[in-house]
Write a protein that binds this ligand. Structure first.
Ligand SMILES: [Zn+2]
Length: 274
């Protein structure tokens, strides 16, 4: 499911494709995809609005409109936002359709139907609880080593659980936490508090490095993720441990291990990580 690098890749594509386009019509095929307002108000009220920008917080996409309102999207597991400049092919998983100026169409496609849209005035974004509670962005100056050091000291949870906690840090999920912990040589089941200062420093650097690499490769596609053009990411070819149970560790050639940590299937090398 999409994590920070995938959502950021979609954001960058949509910013280029959407800004300046007007919404000419909205069709709601599955009302459950709209969390607020009602699907009727959503479908009628958005008509005539123009996209002015695209932002992101954690795994939330923020599409800014010309009346200071924001269309917020969380793709959850299988949501895809696809931009077409020709007539799109709809299927039973097509839940929302936005007809745009310049013959374009923005289609929301979601097999599992867990993704959600909110349309709110910009000053009311904190009504979305998950958005309001997010910790700092890992690639922003708000995330710095003293913050990680202080939070790690306070927490009794495993380091994997800490990284997955969106109130600690926004945007990480199961794939990148495993890759980050491999990159800095720390076992996912260690308690966050047990990390030495050197290990905390290595963790901090790995978080930023792995995310930047994944962004450069336009994210990871294991099954569902597609960018706004319907293309896969490329980082899946560069994963070291995630999804590679029993395959060779690229560093030491021992078999990659898998166990459950923080309630999630977790991949690591018992030789390279301590
Ligand atoms: Zn290894």
């Amino acid at each position: 499911l999409p994590e920070l690098p995938e959502v950021e890749t979609i954001r960058r594509d949509l910013e280029i494709a959407l800004v300046g386009r007007d919404i000419l019509g909205v069709e709601v095929f599955f009302a459950g995809s709209v969390a607020c307002p009602s699907s009727e108000i959503f479908a009628t009220g958005l008509v005539g609005r123009r996209f002015t920008g695209a932002g992101r917080r954690g795994k939330y996409l923020l599409l800014y409109l010309d009346d200071h309102s924001v269309l917020v999207v969380h793709l959850r597991m299988t949501g895809r936002l696809l931009l077409f400049t020709e007539k799109p092919c709809l299927d039973k998983h097509s839940h929302l359709l936005f007809k745009l100026s310049g013959q374009a169409t923005l289609l929301y496609h979601d097999v599992r139907k867990f993704g959600r849209f909110w349309w709110l005035p910009a000053q009311q974004l904190e009504q979305i609880k998950g958005l309001a509670a997010l910790g700092p962005e890992p690639l922003s100056p708000a995330f710095h080593f003293p913050y990680l050091d202080r939070e790690a000291e306070k927490r009794t949870v495993t380091v994997k659980a800490l990284l997955l906690d969106q109130t600690f840090l926004a945007g990480l999920g199961n794939i990148y936490t495993d890759e980050i912990l491999f990159a800095c040589g720390i076992l996912p089941g260690r308690s966050a508090r047990s990390l030495s200062r050197t290990e905390r420093r290595a963790l901090f650097d790995a978080i930023r490095h792995v995310l930047q690499e994944a962004l450069a490769w336009r994210g990871t596609t294991l099954s569902d993720y597609r960018d706004a053009s319907g293309e896969t990411g490329l980082f899946q070819n560069r994963l070291n441990v995630y999804g590679r149970h029993k395959q060779e560790c690229p560093r030491c050639s021992q078999a990659v291990c898998r166990s459950v940590v923080a309630g999630r299937g977790t991949h690591y090398c018992s030789h390279c990580q301590h």
